[in-house]
Design a protein around this ligand. Structure first.
Ligand SMILES: Nc1ncnc2c1ncn2[C@@H]1O[C@H](COP(=O)(O)OP(=O)(O)O)[C@@H](O)[C@H]1O
Ligand SMILES: [Mg+2]
Length: 337
């Protein structure tokens, strides 16, 4: 029997677990349903996501890592524990776990997350920086003195980094990402149609017709509540209507990318224009994001293969690069072992 090496991408929107030789074994929303009367945790992951916006007042479906910070430690702990147990059930040999945590997380919170992983049965825990994991997952060779730019657009944050020689040269994180695009759609529909739509409806519209650079118009039906009479209603929304508000937010990502490029040493900027920018994270699937970045930075931009799973794949594979990648690992948790 061999020991298990597991990579966990603890995202603000999605938690993914990668196991060596098996690939992605778990992909679930980072949502927990809590009963506030009894303080009990009712469900975790996909089951909890299905409750979003549909719970009675005393039950709430929360995203414990929203905006890249641990806003409720107890709930976060329960969530991580639930997912690790789901994957490592009944294993005699304790796994080594590489964890990728949201960039806004503090040291105290990172340590807390590592403790949870240990409590859930890990033999050893490593924390890996997200851009490093994303680069490995996207198949970029980090061992060379060659600059690469990774832009990870997740749910809560967009993380921009320039990497070279196994380390991070320059980085920036902003709180404009997938969630903001959805919130923008909710706001637009409320102010233009007087209709209130839910978070999941907005997410669906974003995927179906959202675009920040398009040629053809498209239409989708949005269902929500008419704010005037309080009754349910369905409206037709066009891609062209959402374009301006979405693009305005996307331009903030463009500005942040430009800022990182401006602060990058000239030799590495030369590499960037040769290697291009690689986009990862679910938010990079917003239609036109790659084209917008290409046009605005004059650097060719591509979405990585498997953008949503990229960070988890890289986190799981990081065990193969353990010796050379120490710069990219924030902390191996020494204190417990
Ligand atoms: N096809 C798509 N088009 C636009 N946005 C998408 C698409 N697929 C996923 N997303 C968005 O990506 C975000 C989640 O990305 P993810 O990388 O899973 O985030 P995190 O790493 O923070 O968990 C969500 O806001 C989701 O709505
Ligand atoms: Mg992520």
């Amino acid at each position: 029997m061999t020991a298990m090496d597991i990579g966990i991408d603890l995202g603000t929107a999605t938690v993914l677990i990668y196991v060596k030789d098996k690939g992605i074994v778990l992909e679930e929303p980072s949502v927990v349903a809590v009963n506030h009367r009894s303080e009990k945790i009712l469900s975790v992951g996909s089951e909890a996501y299905n409750m979003v916006g549909k719970t009675p007042a005393y039950i709430s479906a929360v995203r414990p890592l929203k905006e890249g910070i641990v806003c409720d430690y107890r709930v976060t702990e329960a969530m991580i524990q639930h997912f690790i147990r789901k994957v490592c059930d009944d294993k005699l040999i304790k796994p080594r776990i590489a964890l990728c945590v949201p960039s806004g997380i503090t040291d105290v919170e990172s340590n807390a997350v590592m403790d949870v992983a240990v409590a859930a049965g890990a033999r050893k825990v490593f924390l890996i920086e997200e851009p490093v994991a994303a680069a490995i997952g996207a198949g970029i060779d980090l061992s060379k003195a060659n600059g690469n730019m990774i832009v990870d657009i997740g749910g809560g944050t967009t993380d921009i980094a320039v990497l070279s020689l196994n380390g991070i040269v320059n980085k920036k994180s902003i709180k404009i990402a997938g969630d903001v695009f959805s919130e923008t759609i909710i706001r637009y529909i409320r102010s233009s149609f007087g209709v209130l739509i839910g978070e999941r409806m907005a997410d669906q519209l974003k995927r179906e017709i959202g675009s920040v650079s398009y040629e053809e118009d498209k239409t989708a039906v949005a269902k929500g509540r008419n704010l005037e009479n309080g009754l349910p209603c369905a409206i037709e929304v066009k891609r062209s209507m959402l374009y301006e508000p979405l693009r305005k937010e996307a331009m903030q990502i463009v500005s942040a990318v430009r800022e990182v490029i401006e602060k990058t040493p000239p030799e590495l900027v030369g590499d960037l224009s040769e290697n291009g920018i690689v986009l990862t994270g679910g938010g990079s699937l917003l239609d036109g994001m790659d084209r917008l970045l290409s046009a605005e930075t004059k650097i060719s931009t591509r979405v990585a293969e498997n953008p949503v799973q990229c960070v988890a794949i890289g986190t799981g594979r990081s065990f193969d690069y353990m010796d050379t990648l120490m710069d990219g690992f924030l902390t191996p948790s020494m204190k417990k072992f």
